[in-house]
Design a protein. Structure first.
Length: 181
């Protein structure tokens, strides 16, 4: 009889221990979920703080400050398309062509339909500031791709006309410009 009582008490203690363990685990699981949600919210807020600051600097013409803020935003979200586009533009503005190319090519890998990225890469390769990047034929291919993506936009056609003029293909240039008017 004493043995049955001992086994009964042991089973009750074991069940109580298991119940307490389960309750504690579920309690911590909920805390972890809310901590994770809070961290994600804080992460997003921090990203947008940097992104908005970068945009403010960009609109004020402070390219270097804008670049620093976009870099911080991209550390938190390295695939944010607008941040990649604008940091590429800012790098071009301060003549950091390698970094501009890197950002814009990454954007095209993420979104092969980014017409603006193709236009900016075309601008990069038709920029006389840096002879290492002055490749009118390469620029032409990027402008043509942008034109394929959006037939309504004027920028690629204007730039294609400029390239034709630069290459002394005046008849081609006038043909391009006449289509725009």
């Amino acid at each position: 009889m004493a043995r049955k009582q001992f086994i009964f008490i042991a089973v009750i203690l074991l069940a109580a221990f298991a119940g307490i363990t389960i309750v504690k685990y579920w309690g911590h699981q909920g805390q972890n979920d809310s901590l994770t949600a809070a961290a994600k919210t804080d992460y997003k807020q921090t990203f947008w703080t940097y992104y908005n600051q970068a945009t403010e600097y960009r609109l004020q013409g402070k390219a270097d400050s804008s670049i620093v803020a976009y870099q911080e935003a991209l550390k938190l979200n390295p695939n944010h398309e607008d941040a990649l586009y604008y940091i590429g533009n800012m790098y071009m503005k301060v003549d950091k062509f390698d970094k501009a190319q890197e950002a814009l090519e990454k954007l095209i890998k993420l979104n092969p339909l980014s017409e603006q990225a193709y236009i900016q890469l075309g601008n990069l390769y038709f920029c006389a500031k840096n002879t290492n990047y002055f490749h009118p034929e390469k620029a032409k291919s990027y402008f043509n791709r942008a034109k394929e993506l959006n037939k309504e936009t004027l920028s690629p056609n204007l730039r294609l006309g400029e390239i034709a003029l630069f290459q002394n293909r005046t008849k081609d240039a006038f043909g391009i410009f006449n289509k725009l008017s």
